[in-house]
Design a protein around this ligand. Structure first.
Ligand code: ZN
Length: 224
């Protein structure tokens, strides 16, 4: 009988240790995941919605997608969890309003640490050029993210620095109807010859992506 009790105690001890090990392993795994930052990248336009048409007839939707996908790849390599609102040439609704609603819903349900909506400006004035970043009005964290990225982009001097602006300057549903830290980037004017040339080029896109990555890292270092 004594022997039987010993065996039972021994078995329950082993089971206890095993389940404890399993528990601590899964807790550790969960901690690891929660430490990873989630980024949503929203490539502006797509499908029937070309966005602005460039000086040399480039479509805004193609440049935003190319930058979004390459930026996402780099963020992935750096350990971020990346989601795209689109990863190919499609629209997300049957008209622009539906498309925008889907993007907004996606961002709100993914609850990212940050999101970036990538666009290029367009104007009837071919001389209009420059980078501008939009953030939500009275949102310090989003402003910090926008400022960090705008500073990096303007330091390259590929075009004019038009500064950080807010939804007070221009109503933007993607910022007004989302709750998470986020910005909308206008990386240059596609209707301007030199801005378009730079943003179409592989080297220009790579530089822009490096600037965005530096800005993101500055932001996370400052809020930690
Ligand atoms: Zn756009």
């Amino acid at each position: 009988m004594k022997k039987l009790i010993l065996v039972v105690v021994f078995i329950s001890l082993i089971l206890g240790v095993t389940s404890l090990f399993k528990y601590s392993l899964s807790t550790k795994e969960l901690e690891g995941v929660s430490l990873k930052k989630v980024v949503v990248i929203d490539a502006g336009h797509g499908g029937f919605d070309t966005g602005s048409i460039g000086y040399s007839k480039t479509k805004e939707k193609d440049i935003t997608l190319s930058i979004a996908l390459n930026l996402g790849e780099k963020l992935n390599e750096d350990g971020f969890i990346v989601y795209y609102t689109r990863d190919k040439d499609v629209s997300l609704g049957k008209n622009e309003r539906d498309d925008l609603n889907v993007r907004i819903k996606m961002i709100n349900s993914l609850k990212p640490d940050i999101f970036l909506s990538i666009h290029l400006n367009g104007s009837d004035y071919k001389s209009a050029k420059g980078i501008e970043t939009y953030t939500r009005e009275s949102d310090d964290k989003s402003y910090l993210l926008g400022e960090s990225i705008q500073d990096e982009l303007s330091s390259v001097e590929y075009t004019t620095d038009r500064g950080v602006k807010t939804t007070k300057d221009r109503k933007l549903a993607i910022l007004d109807r989302t709750k998470h830290v986020g910005i909308l980037l206008e990386l240059g004017f596609i209707t301007n010859k030199s801005d378009e040339e730079y943003l179409v080029s592989k080297s220009g896109q790579n530089t822009v992506i490096e600037c965005i990555l530096s800005g993101i890292s500055t932001y996370f270092n400052k809020i930690l």
